[in-house]
Each structure stands twice: as C-alpha cells, then as structure tokens.
Design a protein around this ligand. Sequence first.
Ligand code: ADP
Ligand code: MG
Length: 701
Amino acid sequence: MSKTAATAPDPAPLRWNSPLSDLPRLTAARRSALGEAGLETVHDLLRHYPRRHEDRRKFPAFPAAPSPDPLCLRGTVQSVRSTYFGRRSQFTLVLAEKSGRVPAATVQCRWFNLRYLPKILQAGQDLVIHGRARALKKGGLVFDHPDFEILETDAPDSELIHLNRIAPVHPSIGPWSPRLLRRLIFETLAQLPDEDIPQLWPASPAGPGSAATDRNLTSARAIRAIHFPSSWEELESSRALLAREELFEMQCVLARQRARQTAGRAFVIPRQNALLPRFLKALPFDLTGAQKKVLTHIFDDLATGHPMNRLLHGDVGSGKTIVAATAMLGAIATGHSAALMAPTQVLAHQHHENFRKLFDPLGIPVVLRTAARKEKSGAEGPRIVIGTHALLFAPDTVGRPALVVIDEQHKFGVRQRAKLSAQDHHPHVLVMSATPIPRTLALTLYGDLDLSLLDEMPPGRVPVRTLVRPHGKLAEAADFVRRKLDEGRQAYLVYPLIEESARTSLKAATAEYERWRTLLAPHRCALLHGKLKAGEKDEIMRAFRAGETRVLVSTTVIEVGIDVANATVLLVENAERFGLAQLHQLRGRVGRGAEKSWCILLAGEEAEEKLDRLKILEEAADGFSIAEADLAIRGPGDLLGTAQTGLPPVRLAKLPQDLPLLEEARDQARQLLAEDPELSAHPTLRTRLAYWEKQLFAGVA
Ligand code: ADP
Ligand code: MG
C-alpha cells in the first residue's frame, strides 16, 4: 500500500498484538523511546491517538485580518532572523504564500527562547504552520509559537502520507515528532489486516439516540479513521465508536469489581437493635428526612449477609457523621466492631472526640488508632476504632470489623476498595464523600459502588455569605476579620501553597503567618500546615476548638471535615488558584452554627481577570451546580486521571458531553456480565479485562 512498503521486500503482516520490535527499520533507541511512553505493542501504538487533525486537502489563502480561530497554512520560508536579549531570544520567520500572487502574501511567525530553531528552520523550506493570527502594531499579521512542520517535498511519501488529506497531529514522544509518528502509524496500519483488529463492543449496537450513528462502522475502520479519516464526519463517528469501546471496557471492569465485592459473605446486621432508641433519643436534634432515607438504604444492605459497598454522598454540613455513627451502632449491637477511617490525623481526632460524646453514655468503647497514637482499648469485645486510612491495611489494628466507614476521601479510590474486598474477611463498606462529583464522575470513579444521596441540609442553617474581592481590598478584609474577632468569633485564613520545595513553601507559610499575627494582634493566631508533627497539629486544633486560639492561618489542611461552630469567617487568599469545588469544600468550614458566617475570596495580585469565575460562588450555594460549572471550566482532565485509579484510560470520550454514552456503556456492561459472567462468548473482551484487572490489583499488592 504505502510506497515504502512496496519498494522494500514484502514484510510479514503485523498482528494487533505484535511487539513493536516487529516493525521494520525501527532503531533500538527509537523503540525504547516508545517503550518509555508505555507503547509496547502495535495496538498500544494505534491507541496513541492524534491530539488534533489539520485539513491539508486544500490550504486556505493567507489571511488579511486577525481571527480567533486557528488556521493551517502552507508557505515558503522567505527569511529568518534571530535576536538575543541577554538570556532571552526571539526567532522570527517570514512565510510567503505559494499562490503566485504578486507580491506574495506573507505572515510572520515568532518563537521565544527556543534556541534550537535557527538550526532547523531556513529560508527556502516548505512549511505547514498551525496557529492563530494576531495583528502586529506596525501592520501585518503574526503567528506566535505556531505548530510547524517542514515538508520534505522531494521525499516520496510526503504527498501520500502528510499532504492531500486530513492529517493527524499526534502528541510527540521523545525523538518522535508528529511527522515521524504519522509515517510510523501510517505504515503500521498498511501492514495490519482488518480481521486482526478486534471488535470490543460485542454487538456494536448503534441504537437510537446513540452517538455512533454509522451502523456500518467497524472497530477496524474506526481505528484507521481515527488516525487517517477521509472526512470530518468519519473522524467524529470513529471517535464516538472508540469512545464507546473505552467506556464499555472501563464499565466492565467496574461491573466485575462490583460483582466481586458483593459476592462475598459478611456479617448480618439486623435493621433494629436494642441500643438504637436510646442512641437517637440522646441526640440534640432529630434526623432529617434525608438522613432517615439513607439509613434505610444502609440497613437494607447490612441485613443481606453480603458486603455492602455504598457511597454516601452529601454536601458539606449535610450531616454524614451521624449517619455513619448510627450504622456503626448497628454493628456494635450485633456484637461486632466497626471502624471509621479519616484521611488526616486531625480529622481522626475530631471524630474520636465526637464519637466519644455519642457512645460513652452507652458504655461503648471508642478507640483512636493513628500512626502517632495506638491507644489500647483495654476492653475486649465490640468497639469502635477510629483511625487514618493508612492503618486500615495494617494487619491486626482493627481486628475483624463488621463495618468500615471511609470518610471524606479523594485518594481512597477503586483500587483501594478493591484491596479491601480482596482480603479474606469482607467488611461492609460505607464511603462518605462531600466532593461535589458530577454524575459523569460518580459513574466512573465510584462506579463500583451503590449510591445514596444526602440531599437535604439540617434545619436552621444560616447560609454563608460569599464575597469575591480584588487583591486591593486586603486591608479592608483584614479590618473585617478583626471586627468579627472583637465580637468573639473565630476565623480561618487560608492561602494555597505554591508547589515549590518544602523549604520555600514553609518559609512562605511562616511569612504569611507573621504578617497576620501582627495585623490581628492581640487576638491569638496559630499556624497549621502539612509539615507539622501529628502531636503539634492535634494541640493546635485542640486550642482552636477550645477557643484559646482565635485565628487559624492554614494551608488547605482544613479543607475536609473540621467542625468548629464559633468559626464564622473564612478568608482565602489567591483564591483563583483553587478549583471552584475545592473552594466550596473550604467554605463548608464556616456556617456550622447559628451565627451568620462569611467567606471572603481574595484574588491574587495578577488575577483580576479571574474574578468572574470566582463570582459563581457568590451565587451558587450547592455543591452539585458548582461541580458541574467547575467541570465545564476545567475539563475532566485530572479528575479522570486514570493512572492512579487503576481503571482503563478515557482518551477519546469527552465528558460531560458523552454522558449518554457512558450510561449506555454501564447498562450494557452490567447486562453482558449478568448474561455471561465468565465472558466465555467474548474472549477478546475477557483478555482485555484480565489485563486491566491485573493493573487494578498491581497497585495494591
Ligand atoms: P458532614 O456531612 O459535612 O460531615 P457533619 O456530619 O459534620 O457534616 O454535620 C455537620 C453539623 O450538623 C454537625 O455539627 C452535626 O452535629 C449537625 N447535624 C447533623 N445532623 C443534624 C440534624 N439532623 N439536625 C441538626 N443538626 C445536625
Ligand atoms: Mg464530615
């Protein structure tokens, strides 16, 4: 097919699973660069998808005016020029249109501080550039830092592979430029028989409402077309089909995991117990309707004899702790222990204190187990153990709890839950999260769990007033904080640590602290940051809770769970560095009592234009709408960063746009696995899932 393949002695056809060492004319150095990027086989290479495509079928005329849309132009390099100012450099190139117009239309291209460019770009070269045209002050148009590709017009494959088509632009890999990758993938596809490209989605059912509208599209066609499409339409339907496949694969992993987790045996915890009426009566409030509802879900699960795997999702302050405590009481009343895992020591301590208030009157021991403190319970028999995540997997710290509650977690993912259920003893698992997760993420990151929603706030909450202010208002904000302190309230002052060395950020934290201490004197301040020893943190939190310290200057360690009702002011500096969802979490630290509370978000010095994004928080009070707004602004990027989750990567699915595809994939995965749990009729899928499951468990072994 390709000209190079035709002139070389006919190479053996490649297989989907062939190692890349089977590719002809690939040097060891180039292959190892691919290997380092995780590409070992032909199909790994073919799943290195283009980051975009350029329409090179017909290049547009050079533009006469600037425009915000990117353009792809072809021209001849007329001249190049390097300028240096000290350590900085600028490389400028004039590109002339090849149309034959006289005089030729030109544009400038500029790159800064790329010293290798003069070595590779020269007058006379044939160039394709991709970028945005801006107007120069002195007239004419400039492309700053455009992507570029030098066309070797005398190379035989240039017309065939790189031009006259919608050309893929792949992410570079070490020495592999997009141009080299384009040729490699083109030649690989030419040697790969269609029959060898597996159809993952069993029936490929492009039903009504499905995004893959082309019923005749096969996986083989889609894999070819995602790289070298014959039209934009074919590109999109191929993307949709492959996105369905990757979502389906991921949902199969989750569905199997879910089945595995719930298949085991677990202690039966009955719905009613003798301690429950006394416990509820001692509470200073009635449970909300939502709390009662989720407790029904939980007790339904606990009574089945199979392990519960449930996510309790509720906004900050919705009252998740008491739900957990009630469920744990059930375990105790049945003669078993229960464990609560918090993500930080500070939170473990807080839970310990609160749980003692709840359980001491019933004579139920509550023990604290953190790295710093391994309290002997003294008592044998059923007890409540409170600890940090790390201790969950340390043998013999908890005994055999009937129920494990995992509070406020980000890092406790599918992988860690898989490990929990891989132990020979299967506890019931309740995961509690306030992270406002959009639906898309609930279906992925928590897809192995059943979901209960705590969608009602306890009564009598005074909503938090949120104010977004420019940096210039810092002094006024400080005055405000001071006034509140004078009135007897307490405050949190938060600023983000910039990711520098531990030493610089500690220095920054300390400097901030000294500044605030002077500003707010004589009110007592304390500095809380991640580098403190556990004992020091506990003491700082104790003093703050007791009201001895009035102000907590802190990094984001206060983000989760801390509950001090008298703290009514939260001031965040450089607020633009946080995501909206994270700010919402932070905001949940105030508004916990009957007093009116304030959240002041100060932008950094150079971030005035980012105030608009923060303003969303002035209006929106609930985590879900904020999460959706945040996702729309930032994209799913890291949230779906599948490397840590142990799930198959989502490369082509666009979330949240592809939510319908995701839901379809989940339903089909569950249906298929219900009909054919061993996947005997689907060997390709079975192999793929075995591969992913190995990855999933590899991280926890
Ligand atoms: P979160 O869901 O953020 O973990 P908490 O469990 O810390 O929330 O509860 C927040 C506050 O609300 C606590 O002070 C708790 O005592 C109180 N609370 C919980 N449930 C109710 C209720 N039904 N009525 C009134 N206050 C409640
Ligand atoms: Mg909580």
